[in-house]
Design a protein around this ligand. Structure first.
Ligand code: FES
Ligand code: FES
Length: 157
């Protein structure tokens, strides 16, 4: 018989109750059990950044984080960035304005990293942005536009 644990996860200011096997990663719990498919699965082994979310305001890779590890913490996914009135987060708006994506698969992870980059004061120059965002890969090569979007959002913050 498969053992499960009951978890209460606070995601995007809403509490979710779920039963999962102890080995289930946060990424799979988000996507497969909670329907929060904005967080993407790329490599599933910590190499691409597509699964980036925030836990207590810090970015983490959801594919390397057990769901059971984040009980009692505040989790934010890309779905949680939009304001209550439907307005896009300034970083989302900057990505749109700068065409900072092509296929869009890496974009939620890029945006979650960018929000953390700006919040942590690591967006002072293009070099600094590139360094902080180095773990977020983009197969479409939209890097220059991504950096431009982060720079503008940082300037407006
Ligand atoms: S899916 Fe998590 S780092 Fe690639
Ligand atoms: S926009 Fe396609 S992978 Fe980044």
């Amino acid at each position: 018989m498969t053992r499960t644990v009951h978890l209460s996860l606070d995601i995007n200011t809403r509490r979710h109750e779920l039963d999962v096997e102890p080995r289930v990663m946060l990424l799979d719990a988000l996507r497969e059990q909670l329907g929060l498919t904005g967080t993407k699965k790329g490599c599933d082994q910590g190499q691409c950044g597509a699964c980036t979310v925030h836990v207590d305001g810090k970015r983490v890779l959801a594919c390397l984080t057990l769901a059971a590890q984040v009980e009692g913490r505040n989790i934010t996914t890309i779905e949680g960035l939009v304001a209550g009135n439907g307005d896009l987060h300034p970083v989302q708006a900057a990505f749109l304005e700068h065409d900072a994506f092509q296929c869009g698969y890496c974009t939620p992870g890029q945006i979650m990293s960018a929000v953390a980059c700006i919040r942590e004061g690591r967006a002072g120059s293009d070099e600094e942005i590139r360094e902080y965002m180095a773990g977020n890969l983009c197969r479409c090569g939209a890097y220059n536009h991504i950096v431009a979007a982060v720079r503008e959002a940082a300037e407006m913050a």
